[in-house]
Write a protein that binds this ligand. Structure first.
Ligand code: B12
Ligand code: SF4
Length: 464
């Protein structure tokens, strides 16, 4: 069978291409079973005609779309465009999994995969290849010709991550992906997160299937994949994209020892303030880690507790950043503005906390409500979000769809644009001003225009 995967990445801030771990693995699974796969990666620019031409040329039996909620509108349009051709259309990923209404709402879509897709997709392709009925496959919801939906039982989480093949990076033209991101490769050693932040899709994904959600690959398996990537592509550093890299400190210690011995490239991780201590940071540093990123999200303890379900104290956050710095690591903080119930005063607490942390770099996002999360439901219930929000034509990664009486859209955008400037202006005016340009209305077009200076500016502003 011929399967064309479809991944849209429109309106990306910063302009780096990305590898999709889910599609990489699904492609390997299908190729190992003797099927032919390809990828339509719609990067940055909305180009449905280019997509249609690729489909025509590739001649797939199946179009297999992945989508998170920020991309779902684009995905739906592509699916609708392919309606009526003799191609089976299936979608998976966070949006279809957490908002299964996507199947009913999207004309031309035949099936969705809810949760992990290795087995359900392979079972479906095998059945189609044998011209057998695929409507009873666990993990899939199927739409019949009359529009009725058949919801099959859930599949189990894959128990043994080592049993999953390494992802098909070649399908992504991986050298180009790496080159767009400072010659940095991304890898994941785990799946799942034990925490339950109210704005995040990860805990919601964890509730979809039976079995253990937080799983690790073995150290040997992770190292083997990194070796393979490093031998095939020109790579200067590694970014571990795991939700929380330091959940299991014993694993981190073992992994770091093996990594130092066998790989040795500089690397970066993301973690959570409660899950790492000085010793863990030291292990990371000794193995070649250059920077650790941690979520602050809001500097208001009250908002974190009541609205975000993040129970750590400001003291703990300050301690974690200090420990990382003491271990010799650079730090980066992740922040969000425009949460439901947030006020401008609470956002100012985020500025003040970041001033105290003084991270080497920071990122600020505008809150976006994702279906399946507690804050999505709250946003609808409180009337902050219109119930037909999902039908809107476009959602930007740099705008808010919320309409809140105590924190207006105009204020949220103002806070977003000036956040980094306000954090750094007391310590380094130069850094503060560069951030100011980067987060301004003109930052993105300007950086794209000034391609030559793009990387140094981006490196400072985004801390990449
Ligand atoms: C790594 C990562 C990234 C990477 C890689 C991009 C990517 N889309 O994979 C980068 C850094 C580029 C990234 C970017 C973004 N991300 Co991100 N990311 C993650 C993270 C931490 C892990 C995802 C992952 O790789 N998991 C492992 C793989 C194996 O799982 P998977 O992708 O879910 O795929 C499996 C199943 O979903 C399914 N499946 C997936 N697709 C398909 C398709 C078919 C046909 C089938 C049958 C099955 C199937 O099978 C796969 C194998 O089992 C998750 C958090 C999480 N734990 O899920 C957030 C997460 C997915 N990201 C999120 C967001 C919001 C974004 C951004 C919008 C951020 C931003 N503001 O710019 C962008 C969007 C990029 C895009 N175009 O999709 C949200 C999505 C929320 C939602 N409900 O939509 C998540 C859940 C985190 C959160 N804050 O809630 N992300
Ligand atoms: S710690 Fe990170 S990945 Fe885990 S639930 Fe919170 S935001 Fe999501």
């Amino acid at each position: 069978m011929k399967i064309l995967f479809v991944y849209t990445d429109i309106d990306v801030k910063g302009g780096a291409r990305s590898y999709h771990f889910g599609l990489g693995v699904l492609s390997s699974v299908l190729k190992n079973a003797g099927h032919a796969t390809g990828l339509h990666y719609m990067f940055d620019k909305w180009d449905p005609d280019g997509f249609a031409a690729h489909v025509e040329m590739f001649g797939p039996d199946i179009l297999a779309y992945t989508s998170d909620s920020s991309q779902a509108r684009y995905t739906a349009k592509l699916i609708k465009r392919m309606k009526g051709k003799d191609i089976v259309q299936i979608a998976g990923g966070t949006h279809a999994s957490l908002y299964p209404g996507f199947l009913k709402d999207t004309d031309g879509l035949d099936a969705i995969c809810v949760g992990e897709g290795e087995k359900p997709l392979l079972d479906m392709v095998t059945a189609l290849n044998k011209k057998e009925d695929y409507s009873g496959i666990a993990g899939l919801w199927i739409k019949a010709k009359d529009g009725s939906i058949k919801q099959n039982p859930q599949s189990q989480f894959t128990h043994d991550l080592d049993a999953i093949p390494f992802g098909d990076r070649e399908m992504f033209n991986y050298q180009q992906v790496v080159a767009s991101d400072y010659d940095r490769a991304t890898i994941m050693l785990s799946r799942g997160c034990p925490y339950k932040c109210n704005y995040c899709g990860s805990p919601a994904m964890g509730g979809l299937q039976e079995g253990k959600y937080v799983r690790f690959r073995s150290v040997a398996n992770g190292i083997a994949e990194i070796k393979e990537i490093v031998s095939r592509y020109k790579i200067k550093s590694i970014f571990f994209a795991d939700d929380v890299f330091t959940i299991d400190r014993k694993f981190v210690k073992e992994f770091c020892a093996a990594y130092k011995r066998e790989i040795g490239l500089p690397f970066e991780v993301t973690t959570r303030v409660e899950s790492a201590n000085y010793e863990t940071f030291k292990n990371l540093m000794d193995a070649g880690c250059t920077r650790v990123a941690m979520g602050v999200e809001s500097g208001s303890q009250e908002l974190r507790r009541k609205s975000l379900n993040r129970k750590m104290t400001n003291k703990k956050i300050i301690q974690a950043f200090a420990d990382a710095r003491k271990a010799g690591l650079k730090t980066k903080s992740y922040n969000i503005v425009g949460f439901p119930y947030e006020t401008r005063k609470m956002h100012e607490e985020t500025v003040l906390l970041n001033r105290e942390l003084n991270p080497d770099s920071l990122v600020c996002y505008i809150f976006n409500p994702y279906p399946g999360t507690a804050l999505f439901d709250i946003s609808i219930k409180e009337g902050f979000l219109s119930p037909d929000f999902l039908d809107d034509d476009f959602i930007s990664r740099t705008d808010t769809p919320l309409n809140m009486p105590l924190f207006s859209r105009r204020e949220i955008l103002e806070c977003y644009r000036s956040f980094a400037y306000n954090v750094y202006k007391t310590r380094s005016l130069k850094k503060a001003l560069i951030y100011k340009v980067y987060y301004s209305r003109f930052g993105e077009p300007l950086i794209r225009l000034l391609d030559i200076v793009k990387k140094p500016i981006q490196r400072l502003a985004m801390g990449s």
